[in-house]
Ligand binder design. Structure first.
Ligand code: F0G
Length: 465
């Protein structure tokens, strides 16, 4: 029998906050309320001083422990984040705030695979989290840290999903919650969630980047805790998806993992997660991590394609994938590190490519929001460009649920989806995206014949005629 009882969580003393700037590298305690390095302004990582086989146990012990927890009804074991708590910088008696997040499925997607030119494709659907996006895996950790620090108010700037997630976890923890969203630029579905969970919803005249700037000033107040992905504890929670994905695959490392890119917290978290699994001996190599952005909001893709060492923000980012309508991504340095060390890539895709990929994913019986579909659109390009081979093992990460943006889906299927007004000289018709794989509803009379005729037309591919 494997000795799993002796495994210890990482004690708070075994972790620190570390400035990622090589010229600085300052360390701070995990219970210091920081978002960036107070010495140089650099981003912070939570650094775990763990060594395989010593602090957290040998790889086979950890694997067996995590598998045993799948059969447990303990709230921490049911969570797809806290199940992997040996990887987290929290004491064993941490006041965990959980909604049983994580535990998201990995689907086979044959229709999407064919569309991309692949033999097979897997979709890790993070939209199946409690509030419908991957943000919950980070929020459980960040709100737990807020409770530990004694914060009274938690805040974030958001394009909608972080807000919905924070609102839910703050409600669970009985904390006051304020969210800052760009007015008129987030989906109604996400707004509805935040209202229902009781958050103070502050609609800002400006875009996400403006909201992010203001909220950082606000968080200088001691009683207010900022939980955007600049917060390193958010990243700690989100990184566990790497462990869950590998666990679900019997620890077989995929060749490629492809994620959408907005503020670049998610790609940073995947990178950290895979790197730590490798350091602990749980995997032998890193999957290649690639990031896909929407063309109108793609400063990271531009940076990657250039010789520059510095990201040039996009001043007026535009995309119908509102979740990733971000011009000045906060975590680009961490994301760049993750892409480079795993020999991945970064590219951008058009609005039409996103819209069509989303409809194709739907044909696999898997719904996602527009930002998530950048992955399948990007993979199709990478296969066409010979960067991904047709027989390679590829995982696309879907970040949000189809019901996160229903207006977009309905408009696409009815040929009424129009791009942003980036080029105001264009006519409305020129801004229309083609409903290439559209599936409009058909109006029928209440007779058996009319319904059978409707079915026949749908089968022939003219459902709306
Ligand atoms: N996909 C979805 C559905 C998102 O909501 C986001 C980000 C991303 C991808 C990009 O992830 O920012 O970590 O690179 N949404 C944030 C929000 C910005 O406020 O909800 P990222």
């Amino acid at each position: 029998m494997i000795e799993t009882e002796k495994l210890q969580p990482i004690a708070a003393g075994a972790a620190s906050q570390l400035c990622i700037e090589p010229a600085c590298g300052s360390r701070f305690g995990v219970n210091e309320r920081l978002y960036v390095c107070p010495r140089c302004g650099g981003l912070l990582d939570v650094a775990l001083k763990v060594q395989a086989g010593q602090d957290v146990g040998r790889p086979e012990q950890l694997r067996a422990l995590w598998t045993r927890r799948l059969a447990s009804f303990d709230a921490r074991d049911r969570s797809g984040v806290w199940r992997y708590r040996e990887l987290l910088p929290f004491p064993d008696d941490a006041p965990v705030v959980t909604l049983a997040e994580g535990n998201t499925p990995v689907y086979d997607a044959p229709v999407s695979a064919t569309y991309c030119g692949l033999d097979a494709l897997k979709l890790k659907h993070q939209g199946c989290n409690p509030t419908g996006s991957f943000k919950d895996t980070g929020m459980t950790a960040a709100v737990t840290q807020a409770v530990i620090l004694g914060a009274r108010t938690v805040v974030c700037a958001s394009t909608g999903n972080t807000a919905a997630s924070l609102a839910a976890y703050a409600a669970r923890a009985h904390l006051q919650c304020a969210i800052l969203v760009p007015r008129g630029q987030i989906s109604h579905n996400k707004l509805a969630q935040s209202l229902d969970y009781g958050a103070a919803v502050l609609e800002l005249d400006g875009n996400f980047d403006d909201a992010m700037r203001v909220i950082r000033e606000l968080a200088e107040d001691e009683s207010i805790y900022l939980v955007n992905s600049i917060n390193p504890f958010r990243i700690e929670g989100q990184k566990t998806v790497a462990a869950e994905l590998l666990h679900q695959r019997g620890w077989r490392v995929p060749d490629h993992v492809v994620v959408p890119g907005g503020n670049l917290g998610n790609s940073s978290a995947f990178g950290k997660g895979f790197r730590e699994l490798k350091e602990l001996g749980l995997i032998e190599r890193l999957p290649r991590l690639s990031v896909i952005q929407a063309e109108g909001a793609s400063p990271f893709a531009h940076l990657f394609a250039s010789d520059s060492d510095d990201l040039v923000p996009t001043e007026h980012p535009q995309t119908l994938a509102t979740a990733i309508k971000i011009g000045a991504p906060v975590s680009w340095k961490k994301a760049l590190r993750a892409v480079v060390e795993s020999t991945g890539t970064v590219l951008s895709v058009t609005e039409q490519e996103i819209a069509d990929a989303k409809a194709i994913i739907g044909r696999d019986g898997v719904g996602c929001e527009p930002a998530s579909a950048t992955t399948v659109a990007g993979i199709k390009r990478l296969v066409a460009d010979g960067i991904i081979g047709p027989d390679e093992d590829v995982v696309a990460v879907l970040t949000g649920h189809i019901l996160k943006d229903t207006d977009y889906a309905i408009n696409y299927h009815q040929d009424k989806l129009y791009t942003h007004d980036r080029a105001p000289d264009k006519t409305k018709e020129e801004r229309r995206l083609a409903g290439t794989y559209g599936n409009p509803p058909a109006r029928v009379k209440a007779t058996k014949e009319a319904i059978l005729e409707g079915l026949r037309r749908h089968e022939q591919g003219h459902p709306g005629d």
